[in-house]
Design a binder for this molecule. Structure first.
Ligand code: SF4
Length: 343
């Protein structure tokens, strides 16, 4: 292991998590039989909830407190099943289609944003919308609108099928072209190569996106792009932390759900640097094979993963005698105010 110089390392105090049925098996092998070689957990900072996720989740809590049940939420408010399950227990009802929301009811739009056509549909059905779209996604929508008004073909760098991408494509239907790779950037056909602009999904790999952007600029030298990157601060910070983490860890665990774009990118970033990296939803997913021969275990969490999932993993290893160190690359102080209520 080679220690990098720019990150701050310190010790952290750990909390003892509550043992749940889901995690009992993991505890058994971590704690009971001395089967783990892990001596140290290195905890990345920043990790976990970003300002956009914090705001979206709090918007649901706040609406439930103010209006009570039922409260409808279009799409998964954030891509983490534990968050969704907890909100469902409180009374949130998640739907994929606005037609499943009874006319006149309140509905919250998720942090990933929606196409303008969804606003029209909500209006047609007299739904009272609370918009929890992350302001940084809204910024991308506004860029697309501006470029489209200027008569440019917009290239969106992103992953097909992701909820955020669906919403951004819908800002200018039929006039936004999706590009997902350098190969696609080299071959994408556009009507007016001199009238091109590019935007990106907010949760991409910083390095991959730079390569795609460079390939586009080579082909379209007059292409317009936002002055500052569309990849959000939270995605960038968590990827920067993982880059440091892999230098001091024998393996890295990323806490996050499979459908989370930024979680998958964290795993990719670690693997691109030669690390053994694994995506785990929670402690229950941690398997002995992931830790084979691992003495220093890096730990981080995607922007949609609540901190208690991280604490549960730390607690298990701490009980088995592992020390915990903090590796900090940045302090985040971003906060977004709650969205306006529906009425
Ligand atoms: Fe907003 Fe970035 Fe968080 Fe997505 S990951 S909700 S864009 S701050």
């Amino acid at each position: 292991m080679q220690r990098h110089s720019s990150a701050q390392i310190g010790t952290v105090r750990t909390k003892t998590p509550i043992l749940t049925a889901r995690t009992v098996n993991s505890y058994k092998w971590i704690m009971g039989l001395g089967e783990t070689s892990v001596e140290k957990i290195i905890l990345a900072e920043p990790r976990g909830f970003c300002a956009g996720v914090d705001r979206a989740v709090e918007a649901v809590h706040s609406a439930l407190r103010t209006y009570g049940r039922p409260l409808y939420v279009r799409h998964q408010i954030v891509h983490n099943r534990f968050v969704l399950e907890a909100l469902e227990r409180e009374g949130a009802i998640f739907v994929e289609n606005l037609d499943d929301v009874p006319s006149g009811q309140r509905v919250i739009f998720s942090a990933h944003g929606v196409a303008p056509s969804e606003w029209d549909r909500a209006k047609d059905r007299s739904l009272r919308v609370i918009d929890a779209t992350c302001p940084l996604v809204t910024k991308v929508h506004l860029e697309v609108k501006r470029y489209d008004n200027e008569g440019r073909t917009v290239i969106l760098i992103g992953h097909a099928g992701h909820e955020e991408v669906k919403g951004t494509l819908g800002v200018a239907p039929g006039r936004v072209t999706l590009v997902a790779s350098v190969a696609e950037a080299r071959t994408v056909e556009v009507e007016r190569p001199d009238r091109i602009a590019a935007v990106t999904q907010t949760t991409l790999s910083v390095d991959d996106t730079r390569d795609i952007m460079d390939a586009l600029k080579d082909r379209f030298p007059t292409m317009q792009a936002p002055k500052t990157d569309d990849i959000c601060y939270a995605t960038q910070n968590r990827q920067n932390a993982v880059k440091e983490l892999v230098q001091v860890s024998d393996a890295v665990l990323v806490v996050g759900s499979k459908q989370s774009s930024n979680a998958n990118r964290l795993v990719e970033v670690a693997r691109m640097r030669g690390a053994r990296a694994f995506l785990v939803d929670s402690l229950a997913d941690v398997e002995p094979a992931m830790l084979d021969g691992v003495r220093a275990l890096g730990l981080t969490a995607s922007a949609s993963s609540p901190e208690w999932l991280v604490e549960e993993i730390i607690g298990a290893f701490a009980r088995a005698g592992a020390e915990v160190e903090l590796l900090s690359v940045a302090k985040e102080r971003v906060h977004f105010p709650l969205p306006m209520p529906a009425d």
